[in-house]
Design a protein around this ligand. Structure first.
Ligand code: ASP
Length: 604
């Protein structure tokens, strides 16, 4: 903390600011009793405020009443004390504490509040059960790691605001009660009392509003925006999360990437992340899927995927031959010299199966170059040699292969890479990797729903090899062949942000709506306001959004985004602190014209 507080009856200094330079003077500080130690007739108290910790000493000769009040202090009592700042004796200096060279000899004390014994110690780094932490979040937030995370979070947001303001961006708010914006997740709905039977949707992102702002001529917009997506949660997801959302007019990919690389470089520096300066590498989506089995590749470790289909085109091994004949692929990774027990190979097979593959082929390269593998006898020596060569296999190496459609093989081997890296602890400490993924396809085929889904969202500009107009789209070989002008920033296997150059031609927008199965009428009903705006002079525009929770988690070196959010939800979307979500009165439902068809589940 840098500013000096205005002197009042509680304090004239921050606890963490008292250092050797203040020795010889007086100070008044306030805060919480971090801990109390009774030592040979003296009482030592570590006093904590947000700025840090200072050691207080109570001497019996400073008054019996004061001393006995000090004896009654317990953890988390709130006090204000005044006294002399004195240097500690040489042997007593604590080099781990910013204030470790001094202590405050207390001459007077006010007890401002007592505290019940906290349910867990706040003065140690003990690992605590997360539910306990979330239920007692007020106390958990007093712990240093949480303070550090929220201070860093503030610095991140401040840097974003300052940097973008200096680059002529305007911070503009957009509504939270709005209409559904399709980012591919389920909406949270809010029933309207004034218009019974109708609902607002909480925004999955400010996507359409920021595009309207560009059509309105605001040129450069940003917002620290709360977004809501009703998804099944994972470690890096929350039902509500915060994005840096931005949009720019009269730009192409390079312009958006350029601004954001400069901003990201500042944020990485803020977190002390050791990454090379921009420009960051760009990799095409197809290459990422081929080599890493993911559009957010983690390149901090090897285990690259190699397509060995060509070596097997004439193979007599039925599994491979039939997969290849159906247009599928055979891809493999070299795990290096590993002796993996059979039980683990079975577990790895399960990982591949969960990712959609029919199975997993394993092979050990032997001294003479042949394989020890259940499929060795089905392959010719030449096939074995070519595949081993393509994978750079040496005696002792374990090779894993999947034969399937290209997307399934990519998915399965991508999942295996991550699993193996975790099992074998392959990510080097402190190594970071930053890259852009570009040249995405516009759509992915949704087998279960039998339709095309936009890989990003249906407002990204589609491309074809001959041009990007509505006529070019009509002439190309169907929506599955369209590319899109998307870019994602991937750091350490995390999609930190993603965006695109948008459609600004209403005819192109209508083609994309049609491709995802929205007929003219539906498109007008849901997105008429966008189509209408596009008819009134829409400039070329594009933008991006970054997950602020993810950025701070990465910079703080934490594992979970819940550790950088003051009041997060659990993985089941509930808040153990307030008990949300919770049942509501029948009267409230009646006012909204709603009736519940299920009994509310009351979580323990
Ligand atoms: N609205 C997008 C998202 O939330 C980001 C963007 O395209 O700017 O993922």
């Amino acid at each position: 903390m840098r500013h000096v507080p205005r002197a009042n009856p509680y304090r004239d200094s921050w606890a963490g600011d008292l250092d050797a330079a203040r020795a010889g003077g007086d100070a008044r500080v306030s805060g919480w009793v971090h801990n109390r130690r009774d030592h040979g007739g003296l009482i030592f108290v570590d006093l904590r405020d947000r700025s840090g910790i200072v050691q207080l000493v109570f001497h019996p000769e400073n008054g019996a009443e004061l001393f006995s009040a000090a004896e009654r202090l317990r953890a988390e009592y709130v006090i204000s004390v005044a006294g002399a700042v004195v240097r500690r004796e040489t042997g007593q200096v604590n080099p781990n504490l910013a204030t470790g060279e001094i202590e405050l000899q207390v001459a007077e004390m006010q007890l401002l509040a007592e505290s019940q014994p906290p349910p867990f110690p706040l003065d140690s780094d003990v690992e605590l059960d997360e539910i306990v932490r979330l239920r007692n979040r007020t106390l958990d937030l007093r712990r240093r790691p949480m303070v550090d995370a929220l201070v860093l979070r503030h610095e991140v947001v401040r840097t974003i605001r300052e940097t973008l303001s200096d680059e002529d961006f305007l911070e503009i708010e957009t509504p939270v009660l709005t209409r559904s914006t399709p980012e591919g997740a389920r909406d949270f709905l809010v029933p309207s009392r004034l218009s019974p039977g109708n609902f607002y949707a909480l925004p999955q992102s400010p996507q359409l509003f920021k595009q309207l702002l560009m059509v309105a001529g605001y040129e450069r917009y940003f917002q620290i925006a709360r977004c809501f997506r009703d998804e099944d949660l994972r470690a890096d997801r929350q039902p509500e999360f915060t994005q840096l959302d931005l949009e720019m007019s009269f730009v192409d990919e390079d312009d958006v990437i350029d601004v954001n690389e400069r901003l990201m470089a500042k944020l990485f520096a803020l977190g002390g992340l050791d990454v090379p300066p921009p420009p960051y590498e760009r990799m095409a989506y197809d290459e990422a899927m081929l080599r890493f089995g993911s559009d957010r590749p983690d390149r901090r470790f090897g285990l690259e995927i190699v397509d060995v289909s060509d070596a097997l085109r004439l193979s007599e091994f039925k599994v491979f031959a039939s997969t290849l004949q159906r247009g599928g692929v055979v891809r493999a990774i070299n795990c290096g010299c590993r002796d993996v027990p059979r039980s683990q190979l079975d577990e790895l097979t399960e990982v591949a199966k969960r990712a959609g593959a029919g199975g997993l082929v394993w092979a050990y390269v032997q001294e003479d170059g042949t394989w020890r593998s259940p499929i060795a006898k089905f392959l010719s020596d030449a096939e074995v040699a070519t595949i081993t060569g393509a994978l750079g296999g040496l005696p002792g190496d374990l090779l894993l292969a999947v034969a399937d459609t290209a997307p399934v093989a990519a998915n399965a081997l991508g999942a295996l890479r991550l699993e193996l890296a975790a099992r074998w602890d392959l990510v080097p400490e402190g190594r970071h990797d930053v890259l852009w993924i570009v040249d995405f396809p516009m759509f992915g085929y949704n087998e279960s729903e039998d339709r095309w889904d936009a890989l990003h969202h249906p407002f990204s500009a589609p491309t074809t090899p001959t041009g990007n107009t509505a006529a070019d789209l009509d002439a190309a070989g169907g929506p599955g062949s369209w590319g899109s002008r998307n870019y994602d920033l991937v750091v350490d296997g995390w999609e930190l942000g993603g965006g695109s150059i948008r459609i600004h031609d209403p005819a192109v927008q209508r083609r994309v709506f049609a491709a995802i199965g929205l007929d003219e009428e539906e498109a007008e009903a849901r997105f008429g306001f966008l189509l209408e705006a596009l008819r009134f002079g829409a400039p070329p525009h594009g933008g991006i959004a970054f997950g602020i929770d993810r950025i701070v988690t990465l910079l703080a070196g934490r594992d979970s985004i819940r550790d950088v959010i003051a009041f997060p939800k659990t993985a089941s979307g509930s808040d153990p602190l307030t008990g949300a979500p919770a049942p509501v009165d029948a009267k409230q439902l009646r006012e909204l014209g709603l009736r519940s068809t299920v009994a509310a589940r009351v979580d323990a």
